[in-house]
Write a protein that binds this ligand. Structure first.
Ligand code: FAD
Ligand code: NAD
Length: 508
């Protein structure tokens, strides 16, 4: 032990590690380190040390090391595992030096801790796409496209354990990582963790070595672009390996090539919205992390008359929040759908017969709407017909809460009769509350006393409603409804001079 300078206590070190400062000099990037490379970093001002196959840049830690700088320098540029084990094997360096992690040794010097380990967390090594050059060569020779191989190099995973938990870490290298880009499921010891990267995805899929508890937590460490999945062990035993890799494990491929993945969700409530439309709320399993992005849909699957039937549905919010500050309780755990029950509809009839507590299979999200499309809009026009209103729910929420440059939002809602208008009261309240929102209701089969607009989508109607608030204002027009409605609408908009980029049509 050496006396540490003021401001160099363990607490100070922890504060520094949480400050967001780049302590490796690599901006969160993890690299493979050869022995030659390691040896080059052997000076106080540039000191790397290998511990159990992982390389840390300990320069920022020098002044905080209770054993003093000289002690640390004994291992500079080398594998310090033995030295470390002699002095303080019990120290949880993995978490202490987490922010100093440079990467992994290209050739693993030690596979597992020697002898009994007193450290509460033990890093374990798993093969990853970045493992070795040989892996990369075989990768390419099996004719996987070069693009995928290169991108895959950026994605990898690792895991470590404590007595009671397993943490799987996915390194993403992806800017703007957020909850919607991570889908995790753990059922019957099968762990599946997917990171969405535009139209591709990176997948970790293993049959776990031991049982885990039902609930899991997912944390996105945006600053270093990694995702941590914490699973709780069922038994406090030491795992020798994470598990057996499954077929698609550690792959980076097009999402469409993966096939749809389903998990079972329980119906928790079913409430009337109109005479033929209901709000169905399903509970995601505790072992699932899934957030459906705005404008995306999922597939529901159920056995109808002995056959598996699949139909797409667009999740909505449980209601249109009037103050958008607080996320609704159960946000994330429940998923809500507004579904019209057709009297002769195959799927919707079966859905309507589901009892509370019954299960349905729900896929991972799909869709091509991007948040960035709305990000810089000044005028947003939403054209919805019937249940084509469903994608507009989250869009409204997003626009009114997150789009700072937005001046106007116009929702033009086409329905047959007044009784068909979904969430009319809520929409009218919202329009009263937020002056940016304007609501236009158009009925195709109105009652005699209807004083509002009538008819179906048409060029004159659109030319009146869809007008830029300023000559050059940035516009986004979203349209959703029955296919003929959408097709006609897009054509009218183009005829009115709106460009392809300014129009987003929701289709299957
Ligand atoms: P089917 O057995 O296929 O049809 C039986 C009868 O019902 C038809 O003869 C017709 O009279 C009527 N019918 C069926 N489908 C339609 C239709 N699409 N338009 C008009 N009449 C029809 N629906 C929702 O209620 N909520 C949603 O959030 C939703 N999201 C969707 C998202 C996407 C991307 C797409 C493509 C569709 C979405 N739909 C939504 C429609 C949904 O997928 C089904 O088509 C609908 O629920 C009917 O299924 P069904 O098996 O009951 O009807
Ligand atoms: P609906 O039959 O009650 O009709 C609602 C309004 O749509 C009508 O009042 C009319 O104005 C317009 N409309 C209907 N048919 C038209 C046509 N042939 N030409 C022009 N306008 C027409 O609507 P619904 O039963 O609620 O059906 C909603 C539709 O939206 C379904 O087809 C559903 O598949 C689709 N939908 C698509 C998505 C998506 O692609 N993301 C999401 C949700 C719903």
């Amino acid at each position: 032990q050496v006396p540490l300078k003021p401001g160099r206590s363990l607490m100070d070190w922890i504060r520094l590690t949480k400050s967001g400062k780049d302590l490796t000099g690599l901006k969160g990037r993890l690299i493979e380190v050869t022995e030659d490379e390691l040896a080059k970093h052997n000076k106080k001002e540039d000191c790397w040390i290998c511990l159990r196959g992982f390389v840390y840049n300990v320069t920022p830690y020098m002044e905080y090391h209770p054993g003093g700088e000289d002690e640390l320098m004994k291992a500079a540029g080398t594998d310090g595992t033995d030295l470390f084990d002699q002095v303080h094997r019990w120290v949880n360096y993995e978490s202490m030096l987490k922010e100093c992690l440079v990467g992994r040794m290209a050739v693993k010097p030690i596979m597992a801790p020697k002898g009994e380990c007193h450290s509460p967390a033990v890093w374990c090594h798993e093969a990853s796409a970045t493992e070795s050059l040989t892996d990369l060569v075989s990768f390419l020779t099996v004719n996987v496209c070069v693009f995928c191989a290169c991108v895959c190099l950026l994605y990898s995973y690792d895991w470590f354990q404590t007595d009671s938990s397993i943490t799987v870490v996915l390194y993403t290298k992806q800017k703007d990582m957020n909850e919607e880009l991570v889908i995790v499921d753990c059922q019957d010891k099968r762990l599946r963790a997917e990171i969405i990267v535009d139209d591709h995805s990176y997948l970790v899929e293993v049959d776990l070595n031991h049982a885990v508890q039902e609930d899991l937590t997912v944390t996105i460490v945006e600053r270093v672009r990694k995702v941590e999945i914490v699973l709780k062990k069922k038994e406090n035993i030491h795992w020798k390996a994470l598990g057996q890799p499954l077929e698609s494990h550690n792959t980076f491929i097009r999402r469409t090539d993966r096939g749809l993945f389903y998990r079972k969700c329980k119906l928790v409530s079913k409430t009337e919205v109109t005479h033929d439309t209901k709000l169905f709320s399903f509970m995601l399993p505790k072992s699932t992390h899934l957030r459906v992005p705005t404008g995306h849909h999922v597939y529901l699957k159920q056995i109808v008359a002995g056959t598996e039937v699949v139909k797409p549905y667009t999740p909505v919010l449980p209601c249109l929040p009037l103050d958008f500050k607080e996320p609704p309780c159960h946000a994330g755990a429940q998923i809500h759908f507004m579904i019209k029950i057709y009297s002769c509809g195959l799927f919707t009839q079966a859905l309507d017969h589901l009892q509370i507590g019954d299960s349905i299979s729900l896929s991972s999200p799909e869709g091509n709407f991007k948040k960035s499309q709305i990000g810089s809009s000044e005028d947003l026009f939403l054209l919805a017909a019937g249940t084509g209103f469903t994608p507009m729910v989250k869009l409204l929420n997003l626009a009114l809460t997150e789009v700072s440059c937005l001046r106007t939002v116009k929702l033009i809602f086409f329905n047959k009769t007044e009784g068909d208008i979904l969430w009319r009261k809520q929409l009218e309240q919202l329009a009263l509350k937020d002056e940016r929102l304007e609501l236009q209701l158009v009925l195709s089969q109105p009652a005699k006393d209807w004083v509002g607009k009538q008819g179906k989508i048409s060029a004159p109607l659109l030319s009146e409603f869809v007008k830029r608030s300023r000559k050059d204002s940035k516009v986004l027009i979203c349209i959703c409804g029955p296919a003929p409605f959408t097709d006609q609408g897009v054509q009218y908009l183009k005829d009115l001079g709106y460009s392809q980029e300014e129009i987003h049509a929701f289709t299957a």
